[in-house]
Write a protein that binds this ligand. Sequence first.
Ligand code: NAP
Length: 495
Amino acid sequence: MTTEGPPVSSAPGKSDLRFLIIGAGMSGILSAIKLQEAGLDNFAIYEKADRLGGTWRENTYPGIACDVPSHFYSYSFAPNPEWSHRFAPGSEIHAYFEEVARRYGVASRIQYGNEVTHCAFEDGRWKIELADGTTDQGDFVIAATGVLHHPAYPEIEGLDSFGGAVFHTARWDHEAPLAGKRIGIVGTGSSAIQIVSAIVDDVAELTLFQRTAQWITPIDNGEYLEEEKAEFRRRPEAMAEIREEVARAFTDGFANVLVDAKSPMIQAIHAHCLANLENSVKDPELREKLRPSYQAACKRLIMSENFYDAIQRPNAMLVTEEIERIEKSGVRTRDGVLHELDILVLATGFRVESFVRPMQVTGRGGKRLDDVWKDGPFAYLAISVPDFPNFFMLNGPNGPVGNFSLIEVAELQLAYILQLVDLVRAGEWKEVCASQEAADRFDAERREAAKSTIWATGCKSWYLDEDGLPTAWPFTFDRFREEMSEPRIADLDRI
Ligand code: NAP
């Protein structure tokens, strides 16, 4: 069986362009809504899971929330007066995406439970194969497959021998009761920190295995009062104002300054985190264990209202001794101590080099994306790869990541992509992607710029490639906005 679009045309007219959207998370839903709005209604959305929502579907651990303020972490065209908190919990964010997808009429168009396994450019069109053997074809592919998607499991001896429940934060086992149990958590990234704060008061003992200490920025996650929500309902401009204010603060006070490790603002962020540590942790020994040895914001900054309180609870223990192995009854550290546990949580992050993979993507002349990316994934302006025409990624490699709204990033990227589509739609071109020359130039420039970013100042993080070079957008966010505002036509390879 095939679910093909309109007949193959070597020169698709304005109305018959077909789009294949892969993934129904935040970016996939956005793509469908915006294509529809642009009158490009001939699209399919494929989602391998049985629900939409991407990261917010997958991550259901206790305490999950977005550490970007909710009125900023919302689609610009769909403000939400009902956010309960400044930083809304994950379940609310998931419900928001489901509601918006329904409201804009795209939820019913998602084809669930079917993974796109192959994607090949043949005879001027993209042909895809799905796990159930069906196929489809279209003029454009929008890969909205997410970044932090494939859990990274640690290679610790004996992991399989643990006698209790053991699971990754993105695969939370809700059948495993926490109350009154001894819980161990490996890792101290954003996920672990949220979990510690959320569960410490419910569990008998909480042991946090820290390999590297983290800088923590304090936040105030107040609830929105009923009268504030009523005001948002009555006056949506109030939400737009907050959004604008937060966006500006994030851009000027954070995103723009990360690219210069020596900037005074970075020093101020460091001082703020340091004061938080000094003022919040009473026991000098614990304070030293929690003190990172690198600059704040080198790793992704962790925002937390109450982690330091949580880790100082009498039933919480911070273990900095290296893990030697995992045994049936717990975690054995190098000092010989066995930390007995009932449940072991792996808060060990994600394999971030996958992007659209494991999907097999083949471009012009049979070129395989796996080969092109053999030394690591890259994309011109985070969107396009030479010889993969009409194949565009949202939140692809080398894009802005960090403590700001990936929704804003995706919206800017999609606006850029739609400008490329318009050129095809107008009949000027049939195929468009970055030229090799432009992609090489961009890559060389971004590699050079990466060296002076905060991420390159001597810590280990998921922002770095195998050679230790930061892979994220190393320029200011203002530059990203500008690049996305209008394609540089000379950089494009088009037919
Ligand atoms: P992460 O930041 O990559 O942290 C993984 C943690 O596991 C690190 O502390 C790491 O230690 C530790 N680890 C990994 N392998 C280990 C091993 N073999 N032995 C001991 N420790 C090990 O992962 P994450 O916390 O899931 O966060 C990933 C990203 O998701 C975040 O950076 C953020 O972008 C996103 N996120 C966002 C939010 C939000 O509120 N918006 C919330 C959660 C996550 P080292 O530091 O020593 O490597």
